[in-house]
Design a protein around this ligand. Structure first.
Ligand SMILES: Nc1ncnc2c1ncn2[C@@H]1O[C@H](COP(=O)(O)OP(=O)(O)OP(=O)(O)O)[C@@H](O)[C@H]1O
Ligand SMILES: [Mg+2]
Length: 642
């Protein structure tokens, strides 16, 4: 319920945070969108206005310039006209028009203003009429002469003035010509300015067009961006909607949780009350518990003694017989039959195959009894369960030795080491797991343990360390004992030893062990409460398989190995015989194997178990019978007591 509350709060917080993050973003996007639109509008408007204004200005300018040119041209025309009219009018005796043109143009007057243009000129006819009047006397003639003289003077004066005016006109003509040149230059400049202005106008129009184009592109891009943003916006809105839905669901969950919390609080209250009652109860229980612990400790000690007693009753070297199933190759290829019958949990019968009946004097079968018989269907777990009391003895401070004996391919390595899977793992792994479990259990009673392991093999009478893969000298000081604190530390050592062990392929077993392997565990226990100690050693011995040289068809190194194996197993048999007959001297030193196992076979405070591994195949009849006889002998040995 607490988790639901936390989950709800976390999700609510997350949704709120998402909203907080998303909403401003949407607002910002909207603002940006509006801003973009207004910018585009402004740009469109301003560019249109600018263009209009510019066009108006330019057209005004052009109009002005044209009017000016027109005026200038007219001026120029009007300047030339009076000059022509002047000569014309002079011929006609009229100067009136020229004067008004000069004034209208505002040009400097070159004509003498005092000259009377209205003054009538006397023609020669008029003069002749005035002078030669018929009937005129002398006085009249004198008067007429005077008048004539006066007229001449006037004519002379007028002529002079005409000359002066002509001169002035010539001068002004020059000035006007200069002015015309200036005007023409001015017009040329104006033309240039116009063409420049036209050029500028064209380039400006171009620039404005480009600007407009760019604005269109920018506008398109902005539109695209806006579309994307719009899409994002929509996605965000959808997400938002989802979150809102989730939020409403969560709110409902919250309501339910709140209800639950209320109920829990009520429950808590009642629990508190109960707790108070329990505290009182605990106080009394603790005292009882201490008493119980003391009783358990006593029981553990009692159990240890009972276990010890039980082991003693059962005998020092116990023999467990294990029969493996027929192998597929034995059934399919060799067409062998099963010749072993387990008649009860302690009794086994070996049937004599038809072809051996004669040599066995027609005896149909051989019957043997052992402490425990495991048939072909017995699992690894069943086998271990039966011998786990011995592991308990080890923890209680005894030396334990378990060895597997039997012909090659009868299942010794399978029993001791087993396979890789959980079901097929062998005694070694199961024992170690149990030991670590027990150590953990015993911690509460103050027991702490130190564990050291070694892996060794005897191969062709040579002693070798399987962890370092070095030979071990007579003194055995080169044997490595590795301290382990957990089962996980044990596995890699077991793997390395398995890899280093000598194996070979024989006719009887593809992965035949060509050496005797000895796994040793030294266990040192001490109790911090009462200072007690208990030390024990576990030996798990996987012997190399006995085999008949003729049957195995071994040659070369394999034959050599087989000889060594058989010799050392014979020594083991001799030692067992000697122990069974209670000889004064037992030949432990005859082989490296018996020498190494001496402490565990001689009964010096040790419990020994032999697994008699048997093949049920009719092809192994002789070997199986030998093994059964050997096992029978071993089960009758009574070792010395500790
Ligand atoms: N109880 C069993 N259940 C199933 N298969 C088994 C059993 N015992 C042995 N086998 C199989 O029989 C074959 C021979 O077994 P294993 O190698 O253990 O024989 P071995 O006695 O160690 O032989 P060697 O002396 O040559 O080393 C193996 O393939 C093994 O898996
Ligand atoms: Mg083997």
């Amino acid at each position: 319920m607490f988790n639901h509350q936390t989950l709800f709060e976390t999700t609510q917080f997350y949704v709120q945070r998402q909203n907080l993050a998303v909403n401003p973003r949407i607002a910002a996007l909207r603002e940006r969108h509006d801003m973009m639109n207004s910018i585009i509008n402004e740009l469109n408007q301003s560019s249109k206005n600018d263009l209009k204004r510019h066009l108006l200005l330019t057209s005004d300018k052009i109009t002005n310039i044209f009017t000016q040119i027109q005026a200038d041209k007219e001026n120029v025309n009007s300047i030339n006209l009076p000059l022509q009219a002047d000569t014309k009018d002079n011929k006609n005796g009229s100067n009136f028009k020229r004067k008004s043109d000069e004034q209208s143009l505002g040009l400097p007057s070159t004509v003498n203003q005092n000259f009377n243009f209205q003054q009538p000129l006397i023609s020669s006819n008029n003069l002749r009429q005035a002078v030669f009047k018929p009937g005129a006397d002398m006085q009249d003639l004198v008067d007429q002469n005077m008048i004539l003289e006066q007229l001449c003077q006037n004519q002379e004066h007028f002529l002079k003035e005409l000359y002066e005016e002509a001169e002035n006109i010539a001068n002004s003509n020059l000035i006007w010509k200069k002015e015309i040149i200036q005007m023409n230059n001015h017009i040329a400049n104006i033309d240039k300015t116009i063409s420049n202005l036209e050029c500028n106008f064209v380039s400006e129009v171009k620039a404005v067009k480009n600007q407009v184009m760019n604005l269109h592109i920018t506008s398109d891009q902005l539109q695209e961006e806006m579309d994307i943003e719009f899409e994002n916006n929509q996605n965000l809105m959808e997400q938002n909607q989802k979150y809102s839905q989730e939020l409403s669901q969560l709110l409902e969950i919250k309501k339910q949780l709140e209800k639950e919390i209320e109920e829990t609080e009520m429950h808590q209250k009642s629990l508190k009350e109960q707790n108070n009652q329990f505290s009182d109860f605990l106080a009394t229980s603790e005292i009882k518990q201490q008493e119980l612990f003391q009783r358990i400790e006593l029981t553990v000690a009692e159990k240890k003694d009972l276990n010890d007693e039980l082991q003693s009753i059962k005998g020092n070297i116990r023999v467990y017989c294990r029969i493996r199933p027929l192998l597929p190759s034995e059934i399919n290829v060799e067409k062998c039959t099963n010749i072993i019958q387990v008649t009860s949990s302690n009794n086994v019968a070996l049937q004599v195959p038809q072809q051996h009946l004669k040599s066995e004097n027609n005896q149909k079968d051989y019957r043997f009894s052992f402490e425990q018989i495991f048939d072909e269907n017995s699992s690894q777990q069943t086998v271990f369960a039966e011998m786990s009391q011995l592991i308990q003895s080890l923890i209680d401070g005894f030396n334990v030795c378990i060895f597997a004996y039997g012909q090659t391919g009868s299942g010794k390595t399978y029993t001791i080491e087993g396979g890789q899977s959980e079901e097929s793992k062998g005694l070694m792994q199961r024992s170690m797991e149990m030991i670590f479990q027990q150590i953990k259990y015993l911690q509460q009673f103050g027991w702490t343990y130190k564990l050291f392991v070694s892996f060794q093999e005897v191969y062709m009478e040579q002693h070798r360390d399987l962890i370092t893969n070095f030979k071990v000298s007579e003194k055995q000081d080169q044997l490595v004992f590795v301290e382990i604190n957990s089962i996980e530390e044990f596995y890699p050592l077991m793997k390395r030893a398995r890899e280093n062990r000598k194996t070979g392929s024989t006719m009887c077993n593809d992965h035949s062990s060509r050496s005797h392997s000895i796994f040793q565990l030294k266990l040192y226990g001490s109790n911090t409460k009462d200072g007690k100690t208990c030390n024990g050693t576990l030996n798990l011995v996987d012997l190399a398989g006995s085999e008949r040289v003729t049957q195995s068809k071994a040659e070369g190194l394999l034959l050599e190995e087989t000889k060594f194996i058989n010799r050392s197993l014979t020594s083991l048999g001799d030692v067992i015989n000697s122990l069974a007959q209670k000889d004064k001297h037992t030949p432990f030193r005859n082989s490296k194997l018996t020498y190494l196992l001496q402490p565990y076979l001689s009964g010096e405070g040790s419990k020994t178990l032999m697994f008699l591994n048997l093949s049920p195949s009719s092809s192994s009849y002789h070997q199986t019978l030998c093994s059964l006889r050997f096992g029978d002998k071993v089960s009758n040995i009574k070792l010395k007591k500790k």
